[in-house]
Design a protein around this ligand. Structure first.
Ligand code: NAD
Length: 397
């Protein structure tokens, strides 16, 4: 196994976060125009250190294992608030530069998410380059676990796109710094139901803000994508008496969820235009753009998808259209809050996790109040809340 890389001192996490937030590709999408360039240049040669200092990353480690074919990059963006927690993405990146760009972007996003959620955790992420269907093996995951172990707890891994809770159980054979383990092993299991619970808490906060009552009964919610989170969300909302409209490109799955929850199923291309109180993007990133926002017929957007805004300017576009946007990284923090409960000295408890996830209601309320008071978008208010926590902690040490 070869492990390389080293710490780079960042001047200011605040500046770094501002510079790095949301500049990368949307979730599930790999941008290739930077191919061959890591973002930093020295005598016209791309440098990893250049890209790290641009994004304010503390540590980037490249690792290979000849025997298993492992090729991985771990990025620790910030440990100011605590160990850097973030999942492991297993993805067939077209080249190493795309993988590096993605891991740098994703790890800085985790710093923001953990800080906004009020967790004493920093931001990190790892990518394994390869096709999880063809390249996954126990030997590879064990080798990856040894890489994580080398970092001595500065980075704590979990599942992400392309990896599963069961994969993390294999990674755990060679490191203790892995969370999101199966319930049978004392872990928190699949985070999706807790993510959905956090979305419901966020919707209730938005309802209290807009309509002076947190109850969702009688309100219409349109859900784009009824996968693991969207389906759990639909069930919780149906139990609470909301009227549901759902869409998914997987029509069979959509039909099943509609039948189970009494929802109206519509075509995926129609879901953006349905008249509703809350639009919940729970599919892929980039649903909100200059092209889609004028077509929306909702009063608010509250969903689980990562990177819902195609560009930062879309937060302003939503505000101008009179649509309240609850920032995605605050709304969808239920999964990471749930996993963080595994780091407690006491064994994981779903009741304790639920209680912490429900506090997302207070986070959203605080953000919406701050946005109104300062006449800024909720996105700006949420980012500021996160940056201020990090800056205060950095100043205290
Ligand atoms: P998933 O893959 O289980 O579900 C996504 C669903 O969206 C699938 O059913 C898919 O068919 C559907 N879909 C894809 N494109 C669509 C389109 N154009 N229109 C309608 N439906 C479409 O994923 P998930 O775990 O439910 O996550 C959903 C979103 O929430 C993702 O963006 C994910 O990154 C984010 N998220 C998930 C968690 C979690 O705990 N699972 C935590 C934080 C954020």
């Amino acid at each position: 196994m070869v492990v390389g890389g080293g710490p780079a001192v960042t001047e200011s996490p605040l500046r770094a976060l501002h510079a790095s937030h949301r500049t990368g590709p949307k979730d599930g999408e790999v941008r290739s125009e930077n191919r061959g360039s890591y973002g930093g240049h020295m005598h016209d040669q791309p440098t990893v250190l250049g890209a790290m200092s641009e994004g304010g990353h503390e540590l980037v480690v490249h690792a290979t294992d000849e025997a298993s074919g492992l090729r991985a990059i771990v990025a620790i963006h910030s440990t100011v608030l605590g160990p850097a927690l973030g999942g492991t993405r297993f993805y067939p990146y077209p080249d190493e530069a795309s993988a590096l760009t993605d891991v740098l972007r994703l790890s800085s996003g985790m710093t923001l998410k953990a800080a906004a959620a009020g967790l004493d955790l920093g931001g990190g992420k790892a990518v394994i380059i390869g096709d999880p269907g063809a390249d996954r093996s126990d030997a590879l995951l064990e080798a990856y676990g040894r890489v994580v172990e080398t970092l001595g707890g500065a980075y704590v891994t979990a599942e992400d796109v392309g990896t599963t809770v069961e994969d993390m159980a294999v990674v755990a054979r060679s490191t203790t710094h892995v969370k999101g383990l199966p319930i049978e092993q004392g872990g928190s299991g699949d985070p999706s139901p807790m993510t959905a619970r956090g979305v419901v808490a966020s919707m209730r906060a938005v309802a209290a803000y807009l309509w002076d009552d947190p109850a969702l009964a009688g309100h219409t919610v349109a859900i784009q994508g009824v996968g693991k989170v969207g389906a759990a969300l639909a069930e919780m909302l149906a139990d609470g008496g909301a009227n549901l409209i759902v869409a998914d490109v997987d029509t069979e799955r959509c039909g099943e969820v509609a039948e189970r929850t009494g929802a109206l199923a519509v075509d995926p291309e129609k879901i953006l235009q349905v008249r509703c109180d809350v639009f919940a993007p729970c599919a892929l990133g980039g649903a909100l753009s200059a092209e889609s926002i004028p077509r929306l017929e909702c009063q608010s957007v509250v969903g689980s998808a990562n990177n819902q805004l195609a560009t930062r300017e879309d937060a302003g576009r939503l505000a101008e259209a009179g649509i309240l946007y609850a920032p995605d990284f605050v709304v969808n923090a239920g999964g990471i809050v749930n996993i963080s409960v595994e780091l407690d000295p006491d064994p994981y408890s779903a009741a304790r996790a639920s209680e912490r996830v429900d506090r997302i209601f207070d986070r959203i309320t605080e953000i919406l109040d701050a946005a109104r008071a300062d006449a800024v978008t909720p996105l700006s208010a949420a980012e500021r809340l996160a940056y201020e926590r990090i800056a205060a902690r950095a100043a205290a040490v």
